[in-house]
Write a protein that binds this ligand. Structure first.
Ligand code: ADP
Ligand code: MG
Length: 625
C-alpha cells in the first residue's frame, strides 16, 4: 500500500525534485552524515552492550556504484531502522534544522536553504528519481525496504538483509540538457572529491572501490603493459579538526566545520581552540556565533557542547561544560580521560568535567576580553547578540557571577555617544564625582530627552543609559563598581553640592498644597525640583521601585499591581509655573486644569500610561474652546 508524505514534507520534496539549485552535490554529504549518525548510535550502544558484536574498527560507510543500473548506494553498518522508524523518519521532515529555518523565514528562503542547511534525506531527490532504503535495525531479525519515486508517496515492505545497517540506493536521474549533470554521481572521481570536500572529518572510514592501473606482472621492461583493477580505498582523512594543530588549519576550514556541524549559515564570529594537558587532557574547539540563533532567548533553545571521548561521541549537547552565561557557545570537547559508559547523572559530578568546565569558562572569557580590547566593533556586535544573557546572568543568584561578568558589560554613555564599560566610566570620572550616574528608559532617545538629566548634562557628567529591562537591577545587585556606588540620575539625590539648584520650599507651600489637593492620592508628594533647568515638570519615584521596574512588572506580572511612588517635581522658575501661580489666585478652577496638565505631561515624559487619555484630551482642548 502506498503511503502519503505529510504535507510539509511533500512541499519540501517537491522543492527537491524540481530543484534548480546548482549545488545538488550536497545530497551526498547529507546521506553520508545520516550514515555516520547511525553508526555513532550503534557505536555508543556497543560501549554498554557487548552483544553488538561489531568491532569499532569495522564500522564503515561504503559507496557502491552500479553503472549499468545507474545506482549509487551508500551503505552503513549503523543502528538501522525498523518499519515504524522508517515511517516516522522518512515520511516527515520532523524537526530538521532546515524545516525550522523555513518556518522562521517563510517561502522566500526556499532556494537558499538548500545551500545553507542541506535538507537532510530528501536532498537525494535532487539527483535521484527513485530511492530505495533497505535497512535492518540492531536487535531485530526482520529487515524492511522503503521505496519512493517522489511526491506520489512511499511503500514499506518486509525484505531480506543479512547484516544490521542501512543501504540507501539512489537511482540517479538521466542527464538533462547539461552533459553529465547527474551521471557524474556515478563517477568514482567525482564522488571521491565530494567526500573530501564535505565529509572529510566523518569519524568513520568512507570507502569505495576506486579504479586503479598497474603494470601487468611479467610484462617486459621495454614494452610495459598495464591493466585496470579496482581497490577499496578510504576516501576521508577522518582526523577530526580539533585534533589537528591550530597552525595547520585555516580559518575557512574552521568556518566550514562550524557551519556544517551546527547548522548555521553564517560563519562564526570567533573561534577558540584549547589544547590542555596535565590534570585533565582534552582538546576543545569552540565557536561564538555571529548571530543570535532564532530560538536563543526562548525555552526551546538547547545549549551545550558535543562531548567526545577519544573520538567517540558520548553526548550531543552536554550542558555541564558551560556556565549559563556562556551558553551561546557552540563546539566540541574531546577528552580521552572521560570514561565512556558514564551516565548523564554521573557526568554532572565528574571531577574531570568540572576541571574542563572551569578552564573553558576562563578561555571564553579571555577571548571576549581580548575582543573587547582589540576589536571593539566586533565586540559590540557580539554584545548586541548575547549581551542580554551576560547581564541577566550577572544578576542571577544575587550577583554571584558579578566578578566574572561585570567587565564584559556595555552601556550607552551620554557623553561618549557609544557603548562603554563600567571600567571606562569609572576611570574617567572627574575628581569630586561621587557616583556612577545612570538613567533608565525604553530607548536611548527616550532617556536622552528626560528633563531630569539636564542638570548633569549641563555639568558634563557622564550618564549611563539603561535601556534594557535587566539593566536597572544592576545597581541593586552590584552595589558598587570600583568602589563607586550607582546613583539614579532621575530619582536620586545627585549630591552635586553647589551645582544643584537651591529652592526655597516654604515660598511655594501654598501652591504645592493646592496641587496635592487636586491630585489626591495620585501623587505621594509635590515638591520643587533641584534638577530641572528649562523643563517645567517631571515625575520622580524616589528610592524603591522605579518607573522602569514598574513597567517591567506590569508587563510580566500584572497581577502583582506593582506601582512606583509618584513624586511630582516642578520647576518653580519656569514661566508655566509662574503663570500657574497667578492663575491659582485669580481663577482657581482654571488652575485645577493646569495641575492636571502638569501631572499628565509628567506621566508622558516618564513613559507611563495616562490614566484617562480621552478625558485628558477633552481637558486640554477645553482651554481654548
Ligand atoms: P536529520 O538527519 O536532520 O535528522 P534527515 O532527513 O537527514 O534529517 O534524516 C531523517 C532521519 O532518518 C534521521 O534523523 C534518522 O533517524 C533517519 N535516518 C536517515 N538515514 C539513516 C540511516 N542511514 N540509518 C539510520 N537512520 C537513518
Ligand atoms: Mg541528516
Amino acid at each position: 500500500m502506498k503511503k502519503q508524505f505529510k504535507a510539509e514534507s511533500k512541499r519540501m520534496l517537491d522543492l527537491m525534485i524540481n530543484s534548480i539549485y546548482t549545488h545538488k552535490e550536497i545530497f551526498l554529504r547529507e546521506i553520508i552524515s545520516n550514515a555516520s549518525d547511525a553508526i555513532d548510535k550503534l557505536s555508543y550502544l556497543s560501549l554498554t552492550d557487548d552483544k553488538v558484536g561489531i568491532d569499532r574498527k569495522d564500522f564503515a560507510i561504503t559507496l557502491t556504484i552500479d553503472k549499468e543500473k545507474g545506482t549509487l548506494t551508500v551503505s552503513d553498518n549503523g543502528i538501522g531502522m525498523d518499519d515504524k522508524e522508517l515511517d516516522k523518519h522518512l515520511g516527515v521532515i520532523a524537526n530538521s534544522g532546515s524545516y525550522q529555518f523555513r518556518q522562521e523565514n517563510g517561502d522566500a528562503a526556499d532556494t537558499d536553504i538548500i545551500g545553507q542547511f542541506g535538507v537532510g534525506f530528501y536532498s537525494a531527490f535532487m539527483v535521484a528519481d527513485k530511492i530505495t532504503v533497505v535497512t535492518r535495525k540492531y536487535g531485530c531479525d526482520q529487515a524492511y525496504c522503503w521505496e519512493s519515486e517522489g511526491v506520489d508517496g512511499y511503500t514499506i515492505t518486509p525484505c531480506d538483509k543479512d547484516t544490521v545497517g542501512t543501504d540507501v540506493i539512489m537511482h540517479i536521474k538521466a542527464d538533462g540538457e547539461e552533459k553529465g549533470e547527474f551521471s557524474q554521481y556515478l563517477q568514482e572521481y567525482t564522488l571521491r572529491s565530494l567526500v573530501k570536500k564535505y565529509s572529510d572529518y566523518i569519524r568513520f572510514p568512507i570507502r569505495m572501490e576506486m579504479p586503479k592501473s598497474r603494470r601487468k606482472e611479467g610484462s617486459p621492461d621495454d614494452k610495459p603493459e598495464y591493466e585496470d583493477y579496482y581497490e577499496l580505498e578510504t576516501l576521508n582523512s577522518m582526523v577530526p579538526l580539533w585534533q589537528r594543530k591550530k597552525s595547520d588549519v585555516t580559518r575557512e576550514e574552521y568556518d566550514k566545520f562550524y557551519q556544517e556541524r551546527f547548522g548555521d549559515f553564517a560563519a562564526p564570529q570567533s573561534v577558540i581552540t584549547v589544547s590542555a594537558e596535565g590534570a585533565v587532557t582534552y582538546k576543545a574547539l569552540l565557536f561564538i556565533p555571529a548571530k543570535t540563533p532564532g530560538m536563543y532567548y526562548t525555552e526551546d533553545y538547547k545549549a551545550g557542547l558535543q562531548l567526545y571521548s577519544a573520538g567517540v561521541m558520548i553526548m550531543d549537547q552536554c550542558e555541564d561544560l558551560l556556565p549559563d552565561y556562556f551558553n551561546f557557545v557552540r563546539g566540541v570537547v574531546d577528552s580521552p580521560d572521560l570514561s565512556l559508559n558514564i551516565s548523564r547523572e554521573l557526568l554532572q559530578h565528574d571531577r574531570q568535567l568540572k576541571v574542563i568546565r572551569n578552564n573553558l569558562e576562563k578561555k571564553i572569557r579571555a577571548e571576549l576580553e581580548r575582543m573587547l580590547k582589540d576589536e571593539r566593533e566586533q565586540y559590540e556586535t557580539f554584545f548586541r547578540n548575547f549581551g542580554r544573557q551576560l547581564k541577566v546572568c550577572a544578576l542571577n543568584n544575587y550577583g554571584a557571577n558579578k566578578e566574572q561578568l561585570q567587565d564584559l558589560l556595555l552601556f550607552y554613555s551620554s557623553t561618549e555617544k557609544k557603548l562603554v564599560t563600567l571600567k571606562e566610566y569609572v576611570d574617567r570620572m572627574p575628581e569630586g564625582q561621587k557616583y556612577i550616574y545612570y538613567a533608565a528608559g525604553d530607548t536611548i532617545e527616550a532617556v536622552d530627552n528626560l528633563p531630569q538629566t539636564e542638570l548633569l548634562k549641563e555639568h558634563n557628567y557622564e550618564i549611563l543609559y539603561f535601556t534594557d529591562k535587566a539593566d536597572e537591577f544592576i545597581p541593586d545587585m552590584f552595589r558598587e563598581y570600583g568602589g563607586k556606588q550607582f546613583r539614579n540620575a532621575i530619582d536620586g539625590d545627585l549630591e552635586l553640592g553647589d551645582e544643584e539648584k537651591k529652592v526655597d520650599a516654604e515660598a511655594h507651600k501654598e501652591a504645592f498644597d493646592f496641587i496635592r489637593e487636586v491630585l489626591g492620592d495620585k501623587v505621594s508628594e509635590v515638591r520643587a525640583s533641584t534638577k530641572l533647568k528649562t523643563h517645567p515638570v517631571c515625575l520622580t519615584s524616589g528610592d524603591g521601585l522605579t518607573f522602569e521596574m514598574e513597567k517591567y512588572f506590569t508587563a510580566v506580572q500584572p497581577e502583582l499591581g506593582m506601582k512606583a511612588k509618584r513624586i511630582l517635581e516642578l520647576n518653580v522658575d519656569h514661566p508655566a509655573f509662574v503663570t500657574f501661580e497667578t492663575t491659582r489666585i485669580m481663577d482657581p478652577e482654571k488652575a485645577k486644569k493646569y495641575v492636571e496638565i502638569f501631572y499628565n505631561q509628567a506621566l508622558l515624559i516618564a513613559g507611563l500610561p495616562l490614566e484617562n487619555p480621552s478625558a485628558y484630551t477633552d481637558l486640554l482642548c477645553s482651554l481654548w474652546s
